[in-house]
Ligand binder design. Sequence first.
Ligand code: PRX
Length: 645
Amino acid sequence: MYEISLHPVPDAVRKQALIDNDAYLRLYQQSVEQPELFWSEQATSFLTWFQPWEQLHRSDLAKGEAEWFKGGKLNVAYNCIDRHLEQRGEQVAIIWEGDNPSESAQITYRKLHSHVTRLANVLKSRGVKKGDRVCIYMPMIPEAAYAMLACARIGAVHSVVFGGFSPDALRDRILDADCRTVITADEGVRGGKYVPLKQNVDKALKDCPNVSSVLVVQRTEGKIDWQDGRDLWYHEALHGVSEDCPPEWMDAEDPLFILYTSGSTGKPKGVLHTTGGYLLGAAMTHKYVFDYKDGEIFWCTADVGWVTGHSYIVYGPLANAATTLMFEGVPNYPDASRFWQVIDKHQVNIFYTAPTAIRALMREGEAPVKKASRASLRLLGSVGEPINPEAWEWYYNVVGDCRCPIVDTWWQTETGSILITPLPGATALKPGSATRPFFGVQPVLLDEKGKEIEGAGSGVLAIKASWPSQIRSVYGDHKRMIDTYFSAYPGYYFTGDGARRDEDGYYWITGRVDDVINVSGHRIGTAEVESALVLHDAVAEAAVVGYPHDLKGQGIYAFVTPMKGLEPTDELKKELLALVSKEIGSFAKPELIQWAPGLPKTRSGKIMRRILRKIACNELENLGDTSTLADPSVVQNLIDKRLNQ
Ligand code: PRX
């Protein structure tokens, strides 16, 4: 049994930190007991408002309603760029590190302003107006951030789609939000390989007649098809365009972006975030959780296609006038020392990555880490999935040389910013625990009856009061938001995660309690993978569950029933994997496909996933209540043929 070590806050860290434990306790108490006072102070100190709000806050979680800073006017791009120009125009805003180690660039706040205003004017000239949706399907290049900020500047709502999604998945997202404009690149570059982004867009747009403009950044100069009138080269469109583009005055509750994420049922949901509350959440957590000080270099390794990239590559750091590093490549290219080389090259002070990357690099041993000095590092962060204590210790001892605290940050696309996390100057660390709530966040654990559990215990993690950066809607389907997050436990936001609280009040996230799988930090709905598998003519039925995977955290285990009389082959397996890649993206391919002559079902025909999960996880001693099974022999067959892991 692994013994959890306690890491108290080192004196040196506490002394120079923005928040020590006394300050944390005082501010936390104020944030929940006097929220009006707390939030108005924070919103005034972190953001610049064109006009003050009329009502600080109004919420009714039982109805899924939340409004923050209503009537207040501000602009996100103004807050992330313009207001910094006078003092910090020449400071680097974005350090870009290319996939190829010989390529990098530095973009100052003044240059950022020039790029964003010109692009905003180009979008306007193509008819994009406040409230219109713009799809961004980009590699990790600065133009991705320019595109997000240009939308924010004119009040357009961006929908960034991760570059790993397939043309079909891209098409569904473009149609769902009715995007008329797409911003993309000819090709992306990752780990020395080219990703055919424009080609994917062309395929997706075959079924999207409303898209009238496709702006294409020239990244590789690879050969691409072109549709005159619709397609424009980004560099040509921006050439000679004016930098005069006054920021749109947005209400704090006007939409800022849509970001699709997977849930337990149906197609992905377009999580909608608004302007004021979201930006405040991103900025505040960036400063306090990462203890960010002026002049420091902050590196979040996420992709801008996920919420972590939105909040901690773009919006949080830029709102705080930070220098943010954007990395195009992957951790193991050209070799497993890449992250650490980049840290030395750009003198990174704060490094924020996912447990799956840490586990993969841990496998390579210490040598690639030790090849770099990492002397600039001061703080480490983890996000996306539970970090196992072994990986935590390696991160702490080897990467951080036992001198850098680790902030294990728990949050979700829907929460907009970090909700449960240590603060480096305040919180003694326990490897594997996300520790305590951030300011204003009131987590609770609920039992099966929906009753709050007091003291130490385990249950479903829910939040009992609104926070500024919470989800406001599911785009085009508000009822779905209420059904998913606010109906199961009326009066609470339901996270979909399970958690344990220990005797010190620390939270330990145990993973999803719904049909969502977290593969290498990528959130995948089992229903999405199943829908892809059953598209194949040879498949009668499919059920997908997660199982523990050493590197990826969770892997995808698919039980597939072929059509009657059909002999399943390895060829069919290959076709099924290709189908999942086509429908979703290759990151969603099952690791294991087991042929299942039958699936365990209740007498009313419902698949009993609970049993399949146990089989996939090799927890065969206790399959739970099997009395409602229509045909118990089905289970034994699956157990006998279960795939070795
Ligand atoms: O299960 C939790 C896990 O990731 C889920 C949210 O995924 P997504 O919306 O894609 O956002 C990921 C980045 C914020 C959560 O429901 N998760 C995220 N962070 C942690 C975590 N699980 C344990 N510990 C974390 N620090």
